[in-house]
Structure formats: C-alpha cells, structure tokens
Design a protein around this ligand. Structure first.
Ligand code: GLN
Length: 242
C-alpha cells in the first residue's frame, strides 16, 4: 500500500458502470474507512491513462458497444496490464470480467481480444440471456461466505487451466457453461458475473480485497448490520419457491 493510503482505482466509470457497479467502489472505500484506513478513490475515465500505482482496481459491467470501446482503450493504454504485472489487485464484473480474459464476442459479432489477465475466453451464448438472482458457494480456499448477486449477460465464459472458478452456483447460471462454475480467479485477479452490486451484498469480498492490499490475514471487526439485512432479503428472495 502506497504511503499508508489505500488507492482504489475505478476503471472507466463512463463506459462500464451501467449496472450499479459503482456501489463496489463505495463499499470498498467504506469498509476501509470503518477500519480507520486512509483511502483515495481515483476514477479513471476512458480518455485518461490508467495509473499503475493503484492498490485495488475495480471494473464494472456494461453494454456490448461500450465494452468493445473499453477493451480497445485498455489494450492500447497498457496501464492495467502493467499494474497487474506489479501485483495489483483487480476485481472485475461481467463486461469487465470478459475484458480480463483472452477474448469475447463484441457488438459487431467479432472476436475481440481482451487483456489476457485471466485464462478465460467468452463466446456468445446461443440460448436465453442469463438474467436473475444468483447464489454461489465460493472457492473454499478464499474463505468467504456464500455469494448473492444478480446476473445479466449473453456471454458464456470458458475457463482455462490457469484459473480456478471463483464460486459454484446453487441458483442462477454464473459462467453459463452449464458446469455450475461462476467467475474465475488467480492470485490477485478476480472476475465475476455478479452485479447487485456484489460488494453491497457481500462485504466479505471487499474485506478480502483490502486484506490482500494490506497483506494481512485479518481486519478489525466492522459493523455489517446494513449488509446483513440486504443479504438476508436477497437470499430469501432467491431461494423462495416460485
Ligand atoms: N455485454 C456483455 C454480455 O452480455 C456483458 C454484460 C454485462 O456487463 N452485464 O455478456
């Protein structure tokens, strides 16, 4: 962490914040402040260079055209890739997750290169769009409680050998491959299909990113009343029989 200030970089709010993923930046900031940490949030628009000095990079979801523009810009900019090579923590949602992979299908129906930071690739699903609430059990090595979130995507993401699934769905579609996997991760790079925004429903995810940034195994306890209420409401709504 630089100069005892946690630097949270929100990548391309002008292109990739269609689905309320701004909430993730707010929750990471809030969870850090609850532990009396100094936090700076840096919002990087797509006409600005991505700084390489951030601790935690957040990337949201977006519609197909902005997703293509964001991928083009991030490939040319190279800041995010360099930050990742320096060990930065990256958490990306949906379109952002697809961009972290090797390729995805863009709004013109063409294969668009991603950044190759996660060993995944995304094809266009032939079936119905994956839309709805999700519940998922997280990779046990990450030690997180069940995830709750909302997915909305046409892309189907395939995982290579270089990543692990972030979680396995018990409700919803996740990566859409039919194998129950949801998201992917390796080292300090994470991708998920969950909006919600995911941190507001799962503050333990924000805490995990902060722990990685501080290089500690635990954080002081912090109140989760509001988050718990939202979690129980959404978990009950997702498991209730139709
Ligand atoms: N455009 C992508 C898809 O439909 C991502 C959508 C999203 O970010 N919610 O797969």
């Amino acid at each position: 962490m630089s100069e005892s200030t946690l630097r949270v970089v929100w990548v391309y709010p002008d292109l990739l914040s269609t689905y309320g993923d701004r909430g993730n930046a707010l929750v990471v900031e809030r969870r850090a402040r609850q532990r009396h940490l100094n936090v700076t949030r840096i919002d990087v628009r797509s006409d600005q260079a991505v700084p390489t000095s951030g601790d935690i990079y957040l990337i949201g979801g977006g519609e197909d055209r902005p997703q293509r523009l964001a991928a083009e810009r991030l490939r040319n900019d190279t800041g995010l890739v360099r930050a990742s090579e320096n060990g930065a923590i990256i958490f990306a949602v949906c379109a952002g997750y697809q961009i972290l992979g090797h390729e995805f299908v863009n709004d013109l129906g063409q294969r668009e290169p991603g950044l190759g930071l996660l060993d995944v690739w995304t094809t266009r699903g032939e079936g119905e769009r994956c839309v709805g609430d999700v519940l998922a059990d997280v990779d046990p090595t990450l030690g997180l409680p069940q995830l709750t979130g909302f997915e909305n995507h046409q892309g189907v993401t395939h995982l290579g050998q270089g990543v692990n699934p972030l979680a396995r769905v018990t409700a919803g579609r996740g990566n859409g491959t039919g194998d129950g996997t949801e998201g992917a991760w390796r080292d300090t790079v994470f991708g998920t299909y969950l909006h919600g925004p995911v941190m507001a429903r799962n503050p333990a995810v924000a805490d995990m990113l902060i722990k990685l940034a501080l290089d500690v195994n635990a954080l002081p306890p912090a109140d989760t009343t509001w988050y718990d209420a939202l979690r129980s409401e959404r978990i009950a709504a997702t498991t209730r029989p139709a």
